[in-house]
Write a protein that binds this ligand. Structure first.
Ligand SMILES: [Zn+2]
Length: 497
């Protein structure tokens, strides 16, 4: 199984504006440990006393994950890291001739000297501490220099050589790809009779960080660096959730507790003051959300487009990852594209039943036009409002609720009213040939078996949609045998045009 090094607390703090307080570092580290990452890079202790403090606290918590401190290739840095009692020290140094000469005023032999001394110092103090050496900007450095310094680092005791795509320049399938790099570096090191583990640290400047990490994985790399939300310098690095999802779902590396991911992301989002994009894979609000009424089979598309009435199919048909793997569930939401059928589907899924569906559908479409969606929870609140407000009126009228599964005859004044076009428990549609105004009285006769119910309604609202005026009515149902009332039944009356 490939090992995962989470560096949210170190690389993540390279994100402009991100600075985790110590209590946040503790909370994040504990959550990462519960998730099952193998290494937690906690910070560069020499940078500040606060960082050193946090690194020391995390290093002594007894996590399953080894806690990592970052250090430059000098004895002060590595000693402070050792003093923090970390289990793993990552040492980095430049191996590029020009930069060594022009900036660091040394040469490759000077670089080797520093790197070897720092590694040997750590191993002399505590041979159990894991040491990683990273040639800075490995991918763009001269390969021979990387090999030369890496061989000496391994001989001095480095357990891991990390390949840093610092500038995010690798692209799978090109001459600069991590699949070849991992294999070439391993082969070169083997020729020098050293066999350290190899790690990759992929920046996301081209949006290729995950692709490059998987390229390295295919080449057998031992450790992959990642951060929560892909935080890091510039465009950041590999996103932890995406990496773990692919490793688990597509490569059988599913031995971690991925159900912790949503909680970790919420935590890091809060502490970093950065929102999780709604469309973020795995952890985004929309990652497993389906829009009811839109996901329809091809044969139903024309129906869905014209009426919004096509049936919603099983959301599982439209995703390739099981949300349960990440402690999540499918969600169906409704918006301006909702139709009677998709609303009915959502109501059934939420175990809700209501006779106010037409009015609720109008409200959902209005919300959708405002750029909002109605979640199952939201839908439940809407239904409850309609039911509650209707019941309060019914009680006042000593009424019973009746579902409108009746035939309808329009009357008594046929001269005024047209015909009922449809009736169901989801409402009544009427075609009228009279001008109606808010407050107009309408009346119907409902036939149910041998009983005849006189029905009166009052127009309570009007709106205009697609050039057709729409009327809602407030019906009062009355039977000769008993007074039956329904209040706030929002049927729809379409004016004849
Ligand atoms: Zn980095």
């Amino acid at each position: 199984m490939v090992a995962i090094l989470d560096t949210t607390l170190r690389e993540g703090e390279q994100t402009p504006g991100v600075c985790f307080p110590s209590h946040a570092k503790l909370a994040i580290a504990e959550a990462l440990d519960a998730l099952g990452v193998d290494y937690i890079e906690a910070g560069h202790p020499v940078v500040s006393a606060e960082i050193a403090d946090a690194v020391r606290v995390l290093a002594t918590r007894g996590y399953n994950a080894a806690v990592v401190a970052h250090a430059r290739a000098n004895l002060d840095d590595v000693q402070i890291a050792l003093d923090c009692r970390v289990q793993f020290i990552g040492i980095f140094y430049c191996v590029t001739d020009e930069r060594l000469r022009d900036v660091l005023k040394t040469g490759l032999s000077g670089a080797i000297d520093r790197v070897v001394k720092a590694i040997a110092w750590v191993k002399a103090q505590d041979p159990d501490v894991i040491v990683r050496f990273t040639p800075e900007d490995t991918l763009r450095s001269t390969f021979e220099n990387v090999v030369t310094v890496a061989v000496q680092a391994a001989r001095a005791g480095a357990d891991i050589i990390s390949i840093a795509d610092t500038a995010g320049s690798a692209v799978p399938g090109t001459s600069s790809n991590l699949y070849d790099y991992v294999r070439d570096l391993r082969a070169a090191l083997h020729r020098h009779k050293v066999a350290p583990q190899l790690a990759v640290h992929c920046h996301n400047d081209r949006g290729m960080a995950l692709a490059n990490a998987l390229d390295a994985y295919r080449a057998g790399v031992d450790i992959i660096d990642a951060t929560v939300m892909g935080l890091g310098e510039r465009a950041g690095i590999v996103d932890l959730a995406q990496l773990l999802a692919v490793l688990a779902a597509d490569f059988g590396e599913g031995q971690r507790h991925l159900e912790h991911l949503p909680r970790i992301y919420r935590m890091v989002s809060e502490f970093s003051n950065r929102p999780i994009p709604g469309n973020a894979p795995i952890v985004g609000a929309n990652a497993f959300t389906h829009r009811a009424g839109r996901k329809v089979r091809n044969t139903d598309t024309s129906v869905a487009t014209s009426t919004g009435a096509a049936a919603t199919v099983d959301p599982a048909e439209f995703h390739s990852l099981d949300p349960a793997l990440f402690g999540r569930r499918n969600a169906l939401v409704l918006d301006h594209m909702a139709g009677p059928s998709s609303l009915r589907d959502c109501l059934e899924r939420a175990d809700l039943d209501t006779i106010y569906a037409p009015a609720i559908l109008d409200q959902i479409r209005d919300l959708g036009r405002q750029g909002r969606v109605v979640t199952p929870d939201h839908l439940e609140h809407i239904v409850k409002w309609y039911e509650t407000s209707a019941e309060s009126s019914c009680v006042a009228r000593n009424g019973l609720r009746v579902a409108c599964d009746f035939e309808v005859q329009v009357g008594p004044d046929r001269a005024v009213f047209g015909q009922a076009t449809s009736i169901s428990k989801f409402g009544i549609s009427l075609s009228l040939d009279a001008e109606l105004h808010c407050g107009s009285l309408v009346s119907l006769v409902i036939v149910s078996g041998s009983d005849r119910y006189g029905v009166r309604g009052r127009v309570v609202w009007m709106s205009s949609s697609n050039g057709v005026r729409e009327y809602g009515v407030h019906f009062v149902f009355a039977s000769p045998a008993e007074r039956v009332s329904i209040s706030n039944h929002m049927g729809r009356l379409l004016r004849a045009t």
